[in-house]
Design a protein around this ligand. Structure first.
Ligand code: NAD
Length: 329
């Protein structure tokens, strides 16, 4: 199969190239631009496109793909909030994704963000490098015996619960479907109760109409003072303006964000020579108790290999007309 691979980064090619050469033998064209209405013409002449979280697959782009007779959309990620699934279905385009590649990779990044923000690691690191061995501004809080709130107890949420239990935390959970696997480990509560009691809140649910801006002025007001908030899920879960207001008013002990609403056009690219135009992002980056990373939760060696393996297996199953276990419907 001829695959147009959009938004290629050097870390993408490592496993896709190796496994494809060894076993799958597709013709993959690694393209640098991300998929948008301006770049979709690059897909002309291919059978499938392979995309990631910041590619744009709205009705307009999908219609163009359909004009090029592309019938397979290969998402090399779990989330599909950037795809107009209804439009794809209407056009007869099959969407395959990688539902799980390494939940632990994302959960481990979530706890990294919590600890890094809490123990003021960026500041500590710069101070010591500057021969400032004083401890001012570096006070953290213990997690041991505190209450963690996990929102969304699917694959990543479960991995996060295990980590938090290892810290000796009591874990509250909120999900629209309770996970029986966690029966002994967490107490399921309402979203409001979770907000009210948690010292650390970590978001692990998908971005949907229901979860959009679930963290906003109203819900931030319900949180405990000095709460630590972590979002490794999707930027749209948090209203950034409201978050900034909360941070300004001292609500949060720490905030760790691997994703943020305004990330498109920023993440995965080097903008170090540019002036940062986005005032919201600039404000977010200005707080000493906030740590932002560039959507790297998935970025471990193990996860990259698993993403390539599952994606290439998805192509094979599609070509062989086998049942498609990773289809998005
Ligand atoms: P999953 O499908 O296994 O679990 C999601 C859970 O959220 C499910 O238990 C579901 O019932 C729950 N949920 C759905 N709607 C909800 C709602 N309205 N309120 C509360 N809970 C709700 O997904 P996963 O593999 O654990 O991934 C979770 C999210 O993590 C993905 O949707 C994706 O956005 C994000 N993610 C981020 C990265 C990264 O690099 N930062 C990598 C992979 C996934």
């Amino acid at each position: 199969m001829r695959i147009a691979f959009f938004g290629t980064k050097p870390y993408d090619t490592i496993w896709f190239q190796k496994l494809n050469e060894e076993k799958y033998h597709n013709e993959i064209k690694f393209l640098h631009p991300r998929l948008t209405e301006d770049t979709v013409s690059l897909a002309n002449g291919f059978d499938a496109v392979c995309t990631f979280v910041n590619d744009k697959m709205d009705k307009e782009v999908l219609e163009k793909l359909n004009d090029y007779q592309i019938k397979l959309l290969l998402l090399r990620c779990a989330g599909y909030n950037n795809v107009d699934v209804k439009a794809a279905k209407k056009l007869g385009i099959t969407i395959l994704r990688v539902p799980a590649y390494s939940p632990e990779a994302v959960a481990e990044h979530a706890i990294t963000l919590a600890l890094t923000a809490n123990r003021r690691i960026p500041r500590a690191y710069s101070k010591v490098r500057d021969n400032d061995f004083s401890l001012s501004g570096l006070i953290g809080v213990n997690l041991h015996k505190k209450i963690a709130g996990v929102v969304g107890t699917g694959k990543i949420g479960v991995a996060m619960v295990h980590i938090l239990k290892g810290f000796g935390m009591k874990v509250l959970a909120y999900d629209i479907h309770e996970n029986p696997e966690l029966k002994e480990l967490v107490t399921y509560v309402s979203f409001d109760e979770l907000l009210e009691h948690s010292d650390l809140i970590s978001l692990h649910c998908p971005l949907t109409k229901e979860t959009h801006h679930m963290i906003c002025k109203k819900t931030i007001e319900k949180m405990k003072p000095d709460v630590i908030l972590v979002n490794t899920s999707r930027g749209g879960l948090v209203n950034t303006e409201d978050l900034i207001e909360g941070i300004k008013h001292g609500k949060f002990y720490g905030v760790g964000l691997d994703v943020f609403e305004e990330e498109n056009g920023l993440v995965f690219e080097d903008h170090s020579e540019d002036l940062l135009e986005h005032t919201t992002v600039a404000r977010l980056l200005s707080f000493p108790n906030v740590i932002v990373t560039s959507h790297q939760g998935f970025l471990t060696k193990e996860a990259l290999r698993a993403i390539a393996e599952t994606s290439l297996e998805n192509v094979r199953a599609f070509e062989m007309k086998e049942p498609l276990k990773n289809i998005v419907e």
